[in-house]
Structure formats: structure tokens, C-alpha cells
Design a protein around this ligand. Sequence first.
Ligand SMILES: [Zn+2]
Length: 371
Amino acid sequence: MGTIGRRRLLESAGVLLAAGGIPSGGIAAPAAEPNPGKPLQLADFEPRSMLHVPETKVERSRYPLIDVHTHLSRVAKNTHGVGIGEVMQYSAPVEAVLPLMDRKNIRIMVNLTGGVGKGLDEAIQKFQTPHPDRFLTFTEPWWERSNQPGYSQFQADEIVRAHKVGARGLKVLKTLGLYLRENVSTGPLVKVDDKRFDGMWEACGSLGIPVAIHVSDPEAFFLPIDGFNERFEELNNHPDWSFYGRDFPSNSALLEARNRVLARHPKTQFIVLHVGNDAENLSYVFDKYQDRILFGTDAVPHGTETPQQIFTDQLYEIYYRFLETEDEYFDYAPAKVPPQGRWRIYGLGLPDGILKKVYHENAARLLQVKM
Ligand SMILES: [Zn+2]
């Protein structure tokens, strides 16, 4: 049952309860006895759902897919979390990626972290040049030059150069706002709406290429890593992902700065990643913004650190199940314990028209590709 079906059921259940009170032997269970058992490590708690609900396997997306958010290459980061230089790291060669794309009906993968300069040239040559109909590459800002005189013009010119060699957009990691400092690694944090980047945003607008931007992070990452944090296990596994305390701006200050950038550059098209980095506030987003939603997994070939992102068949099957079916209460990541918080998800059962837009029509229009 989809969101609408579920909503109706809850409404009618509400009426039932209001009319008849709580049936005996139903919801009102007797208070639990104190647990005399041994303590259990949270990491060992792997409860299996006892719900008898349908499990639909969706091996291929119903329509061809453009995954607008993947990381096939990346620039090495310095110890302060800022990507520096033109040496690229690759998580998989193109031959390893293509068979999975074919199995999962992925027509195009957008490699957002294509780097700069010679690194960008190389990333394009590895994926996009041999398979221009399967891979697109985005460039990134030259963070290490951001404190040098003339940076604004240099960066704008570099966008033009990147576009000439084949870059189809610009990716801005959360580096901006959370890692990049006035002296690159030291000094005060550079603001998301700092004017030195205006030339860069404008250059993308004039060239008609989108900016994929990640600003801030989940709200829980700005709170203490304690027993009240809904993403405790994730932050406990990755304490460096926490932006609590120190000199970090608040989540809302970061998003407001981002919104000022969007307002200042109305001719530039921004892809606000991770549901606008505001996924806690989803409300009817799929119906209302069906012409502006893009499919992106944040997939990274290989690794075990972040199971919700590893480029596998299972990863895509979860997304397809979420979007296409009305299955209830299933895992959002191929992992024994939900890695980003102990909740499960419900299928949206999107209608065909919306599904097609989300799978490729919206992205094809934005990236100017033919499907
Ligand atoms: Zn990403």
C-alpha cells in the first residue's frame, strides 16, 4: 500500500479507535516485566522483523535510469578534509562498472567528483571518452587556490576550460561550509555564500551546465554523539562526520547561506543533493516537485565502510523497491544493522508518469542527453 493507501488506513483506524476505544487483547499490552536478562551490546542487536508483509524483488528499474550522483573517481583529501591537487583515485575501472549498469538498467552514471585540471582530463578519458552515452563527468572547484589573488576569475575561467574538455557540470562537496578555511586548512571557515565563488556560479549559468551542491549534513550530525542521537551508531562508527561544537555553523545557517547563493544566481541551475540536504523535512515532495526530482544513489564502487553507498545489485534493488512497490517496512541498505539509523522504509509505489520523470526524464532534460 502506498503513502496514500497507508494514510487512508491510518485515518480509518483512527476513527475505529475513537469510536470503540482500544480493543482488549489488542494494542493495550500489559506493562512489560523488568528484564532480568544480561545486557546486550547495541552492535549485537540485530532484530528480525516479524511482520508478514510482501517482499517484492525489483531486479531492473521499470524505465532506464540516470544515476546523477555517483563517485567513480575522487581527488585525494588532505588531513583537513579538503580535496587538493590533480591526482585522482579510482574506485573501479570502467569494465567493472558497465556489467552492473546493464543488469540494473542504468543507462547513464554521472561521476560527480571528476576533479580539476589534469585529473579531470584523466577522469573523462577513463569513463566518458570511451562510453560517451553511458558516463558523464562533473568538475570541481580548485579549493587549494581559493585564498590566492585573482581566484574568482581563475575559477570562472577553469569552469569554461573544464566544459571545453567535456565536463557536464560542477560538483561542490560539503567542503564548502564545513572544511574549507581562509588559509585552505586553517583559519576561519569560508562561508557558503562567499563572494569569491560568484564568478564560478555565474560561469555555470552562462554555459548552461548544472551545479550539484551538497551543503551541510543530517541534522543529527550537529548534535552530541550520545544516547539521544538518532544516528548514534553511524556517528560512533564515523566520529569525524560529526559537526557538533567547535566553530561549525549550525545546519540552518549553512542552508540559509546556500539559499542566498541560489537566490543570487537565478540563471544557474542547482541540483541540491540529498533532497536539498533537508531530508528530515520531506512532505509530499514526490507529488509536488515531480519535475525537479532526480535519481541519485551516491554510489561508490567497492568498500565496506558505508554499506548504504556501495555500488552493488542489492543497492539498486532497494531503490527500485522503494520507488516502484508498495512493500512495507524493509531495509534501506544492504547491511545487517541499518547503518544510518535504526529505522526501516516503506515503498512509495510511484505512478508510472512520476517514475519515468524521476528515473530519467528530469535528468535527461537538465543534462541535455537523449535517452
Ligand atoms: Zn556524494
